[in-house]
Ligand binder design. Structure first.
Ligand code: FES
Length: 166
């Protein structure tokens, strides 16, 4: 084999590999579409409110049953949740659940958020999740509940804010 034919063979191999990778990616995407709603996929690819907030009015960090952690940050204004954000080291479903929970909590009062944002409303906003992923919604709901509780605690004990980590 001369240099030219070796180069040609290598290029053909490279093209085959690229085709294979693209086909694999399409197959994975197809499987994801069969399992998850478009809303879950959208939040997964473009998470909402996925950031930390400095000196939040309410904060919680919760480790889920799967070992993933979610953090939530609240900022209050005029007795309403002005900002609600999250951070996680979890999977795509966790990103979708954190996005849904924070979107649902925004602009609600403490009581409204506590009463209406839970596992069921997160699942409803996402159009449902496979049974084995429901714990991701439970993690988001629990983190929000604890961040709300922390907000109440901070309001009652404002002097403790300076000793907080978040
Ligand atoms: Fe761990 Fe989703 S897999 S919270």
């Amino acid at each position: 084999m001369n240099k030219r034919s070796i180069k040609k063979a290598n290029n053909a191999k490279k093209k085959d590999l690229e085709k294979f990778a693209q086909k694999l990616q399409e197959q994975i995407m197809e499987q994801i579409k069969q399992r998850y709603t478009q809303t879950v996929i959208d939040f997964w690819q473009n998470p909402k409110n996925f950031r930390k907030i400095d000196s939040p009015d309410g904060y919680a960090s919760v480790k889920g049953s799967c070992g993933d952690t979610m953090e939530m940050f609240l900022k209050m204004k005029d007795k309403k949740i002005f900002e609600c954000t999250f951070n996680t080291d979890g999977c795509g479903t966790t990103l979708a659940c954190g996005s849904a929970a924070t979107e649902l909590a925004k602009n609600k009062s403490f009581t409204q958020a506590l009463a209406s944002v839970g596992t069921d409303s997160i699942l409803k906003k996402l159009g449902g999740l496979p049974e084995e992923d429901v714990h991701c919604a439970q993690l988001a709901a629990e983190t929000l509940r604890r961040a709300l509780a922390d907000q109440l605690y901070q309001k009652q004990n404002p002097w403790k804010k300076q000793y907080r980590k978040a």
